[in-house]
Each structure stands twice: as structure tokens, then as C-alpha cells.
Design a protein around this ligand. Structure first.
Ligand code: UDP
Length: 313
């Protein structure tokens, strides 16, 4: 039985990861300060003797004897990470330092949940891992983008200087059940608006694009990444390369929900990336032929069911 620490374990992705790790017979410590998450999502695990919830902020050191660490802790939706920009950058940077220190001390393998945001508003398309990115270091997204870039640097340096066994994945837009109602990201916003027959808020003209990955595909990639040999550190892109404009997404959500909502256009936030699509050749090669298996309509259907149930509670 492995002892596994998941920082941000009560979050959207963390809760799915904890569930999968428990189902595979591991002992899981879920560390979370519940800033952008809630205990609701981990309630189903609280009576499992192999699950432990610790309310803790990763900007402060934490110690536990563990074999593996998944470092997910950080608010990830633009609304949440811009709410307290200083805390966001501290969470990425000091969280990485504290968790890498722990990994070094107990000789644990550590995986960093990095992000496609390290590419900023990309000038090459699709993005490969070799691309260095195009990030505004003083813009409103920089607390998140630069925090995550600095964390990648820390991971690589702990690996090179201290032989810490690291793994870095760059997660592209991910959606699915367990997103918070007030998350603020596009998929949850559109679905909730459609279910309530409220206006669908497209920022800008809606021609900006994203590639949406269903959460189960991401979890599979994370588990496979942790199992790769010690010489493979990444970074590796993990996402679904099929790209949609926000206008297309809005129309699909309207079709699937049968909603009477109207589409309205609101101002585009500054530094909003124009397009984003992962090149996933490296993931396919190194993660045992991993590729996304859930396509947008199927994943949205499951997410709509989740929000429909949640709104009725
Ligand atoms: N967006 C939108 N309406 C919303 C929320 C987001 O049109 O209610 C747009 C946003 O401007 C961006 C895209 O959807 O172009 C994806 O935004 P999200 O916050 O989900 O994630 P990002 O990829 O920007 O971090």
C-alpha cells in the first residue's frame, strides 16, 4: 500500500484523483486550505480509514512520511486566482518549495500539476513542450502563469541539484463533474447559465479557442505519468487536442441542455489567450499510448447531469 499526498485534494481535479488513488488501494492524505474548493467533494471518502483530510495551506511547510506527492494546490480559474494575486503566486512558488523539500527529505516521487498557461498567449500553434511561451510578466494572469513557470523551474532544479524524482505535466483546459458552481471558467459558466435559462456570457466575440479535456482522461494521464521511469521528468502536455471556439461551445451547450438562454457578449478580459491546443505526441509516446477517450459532447453531457443534480440540492 502506497502512502500518497495530494495537495489541493479537495479541489475539482484533486477530488477525482483522491477517488482513483483510493480505489487502487492506496492510502491518501488530502491537503487543502479550502480556498477555492469545498469539503463537499471529499465527504464520500471521509469514512474510508485510508483517507485523511488535513486543512493546511501549502505556503507553510508540512511533513508526512509519504511515497508519492501530487502537487495540485493552487486556485486555477482566472476569477479565483486573480482574487488574491499575491496568495496565488505564493501558493505556486512556496507550495512548490515546501513540497519539493518534503519530497527530498522522505525520498518521495513528486508530480507537479503545471499548466498550458506557461505558454501564455501562444505564438505557435499547436503548442509543443519545446515552446518557451509568450507570457506578460506583469499582466493580470501573471500571478498564475509566472507562479507556475517558477514552480517548473524549481522542480527541474531540485531534480538536477538534489536528484529529487520529479514529474511535470502541463494541463490544458479541463472540465467535468465536481467543478465548483462559482468556479467562473467557461464550461461551468455556460452550463449553469443554460440550465437556469440565463444569458450565456461570451467574453469578446467568442472566436477565441480552447481545447477541452474531460477530467477522467487527465486523471488517467496523471497516474501513468507517476509510473514512468525516474529518467522521464517531462514536462509533458496533457489535453484533448480538438479545438473549439467559445461560440461553438456555447451552441453545443445550448443544444445539449435544450435551454432558452440567449447569447450575450461581454468585454474580453485583458491578456485572454486567443487560441490554445496541445500537441500530445510526447504524452502518447511516453505514457503508454495515452490519448483522450471522452470527446466534448459526451463529457459535457456528464457534466450537465452533474450540475443539474447539484443545482437541485
Ligand atoms: N469565457 C467566456 N465566458 C465565460 C467565461 C470564460 O467567454 O463566462 C472565455 C474566456 O474569456 C476565455 C475562455 O472562455 O477566452 C476560457 O476561459 P476560462 O476562464 O475557462 O479558462 P482560460 O483558458 O482562459 O484560463
Amino acid at each position: 500500500m502506497k502512502r500518497i499526498l495530494v495537495t489541493g485534494g479537495a479541489g475539482f481535479i484533486g477530488s477525482h484523483l483522491c477517488k482513483r488513488l483510493l480505489n487502487e488501494g492506496n492510502m491518501v492524505i488530502c491537503l487543502d486550505n479550502l480556498f477555492s474548493s469545498s469539503k463537499d467533494k471529499i465527504i464520500p471518502f471521509l469514512d474510508n480509514p485510508y483517507f485523511e483530510f488535513v486543512r493546511h495551506d501549502v505556503t507553510f511547510p508540512y511533513f508526512a512520511e509519504v511515497d508519492e506527492i501530487y502537487n495540485l494546490a493552487c486556485p486555477a480559474s482566472p476569477v479565483n486566482y486573480q482574487y488574491d494575486a499575491i496568495q496565488t503566486i505564493k501558493t505556486s512558488v512556496m507550495g512548490a518549495i515546501n513540497m519539493l523539500g518534503l519530497a527530498k527529505r522522505v525520498d518521495a516521487k513528486i508530480l507537479q500539476a503545471s499548466t498550458s498557461e506557461v505558454y501564455g498567449d501562444p505564438e505557435i500553434h499547436p503548442q509543443t513542450e519545446e515552446y518557451w511561451g509568450h507570457v506578460n510578466p506583469i499582466g493580470i494572469r501573471s500571478c498564475y502563469d509566472e507562479g507556475k513557470r517558477c514552480a517548473e523551474s524549481l522542480f527541474i532544479n531540485y531534480h538536477q541539484q538534489n536528484s529529487v524524482k520529479i514529474k511535470i505535466i502541463r494541463i490544458f483546459n479541463t472540465y467535468g463533474p465536481n467543478m465548483e458552481l462559482n468556479d467562473g471558467r467557461v464550461v461551468s459558466n455556460f452550463i449553469i447559465q443554460a440550465l437556469k435559462n440565463e444569458d450565456i456570457t461570451i467574453y469578446g466575440n467568442g472566436l477565441q479557442s480552447r481545447s477541452f479535456q474531460y477530467v477522467d482522461d487527465l486523471i488517467e494521464a496523471m497516474i501513468r505519468m507517476m509510473k514512468t521511469g525516474d529518467d522521464f521528468t517531462g514536462p509533458v502536455n496533457v489535453g484533448n487536442p480538438i479545438e473549439f471556439t467559445m461560440l461553438e461551445l456555447a451552441k453545443i451547450v445550448l443544444e445539449l441542455t435544450g435551454s432558452k438562454s440567449k447569447i450575450v457578449n461581454l468585454p474580453l478580459p485583458t491578456d485572454d489567450p486567443t487560441q490554445r491546443q496541445p500537441n500530445i505526441e510526447l504524452a502518447k509516446r511516453e505514457l503508454n499510448n495515452w490519448e483522450p477517450t471522452v470527446q466534448l459532447k459526451e463529457g459535457l453531457q456528464k457534466t450537465i447531469e452533474y450540475f443539474d443534480q447539484t443545482l437541485k440540492k
